[in-house]
Write a new protein. Structure first.
Length: 67
């Protein structure tokens, strides 16, 4: 019974990992302070200081307007 539960949990975790990314390679995990790509496991664990980034992120530079 223990093997069956472990196998079921492994399948559920793997399936969640495949769907969590939403599009495959268009999202990655970055360290906030350095903006360097790191292992996805940091973001998957919701560790402080790490966040998901993507090509379509709109948080990049905002244009300043003069009045």
């Amino acid at each position: 019974m223990s093997r069956r539960v472990a196998l079921t949990m492994a399948v559920v975790v793997a399936a969640f990992g495949l769907t969590a990314c939403g599009g495959g390679g268009d999202r990655w995990c970055e360290h906030d302070a350095t903006d360097r790509r790191v292992s996805d496991s940091h973001c998957e664990k919701n560790e402080p200081g790490y966040e998901w980034e993507s090509d379509g992120d709109s948080k990049s530079k905002k244009k300043k307007t003069r009045h």
